[in-house]
Design a protein around this ligand. Structure first.
Ligand SMILES: [Zn+2]
Length: 120
């Protein structure tokens, strides 16, 4: 199982060429699954072309920007990215346990009760 960003980069070197990797640690697990799904769907040619431009958290939700695929593959990748967005708002961005969105002082993040206590 992939648990660090460097493991992910090693597993899919082409996907992370020049990527702005700003993903919170708690989402690495679900993002690794997304990368596996995308990789499976890509053709040999697409595997050389597809890359993540940026992956990050915004307003407590996963955001992933990518390039290199078109048509059917693009629709598939977008569907998978949307699923990851839905999953991220229910996954603690610190530890990966079930969580939900919290708004504090104009700052939105997704966390579980335990991580919320630690950070307060
Ligand atoms: Zn947590």
């Amino acid at each position: 199982m992939i648990t660090t960003a460097s493991e992910l980069r090693e597993r899919f070197p082409h996907m992370f060429a020049g990527t702005r990797f700003e993903l919170p640690p708690g989402w690495l697990g679900i993002f690794a699954i997304l990368c596996e799904q995308v990789n499976r769907e890509l053709s040999e040619v697409e595997r050389q072309q597809f890359r993540w431009i940026q992956v990050k958290e915004k307003f407590g939700m996963f955001r992933g920007y990518h390039e290199g695929v078109t048509n059917k593959t693009l629709i598939y990748v977008e569907t998978m990215v949307n699923q990851m967005e839905s999953l991220s708002v229910n996954t603690c961005q610190v530890c990966g346990q079930p969580g939900h969105k919290r708004v504090e002082g104009g700052c939105v993040r997704t966390s579980c009760n335990k991580c919320l206590e630690i950070e307060d």
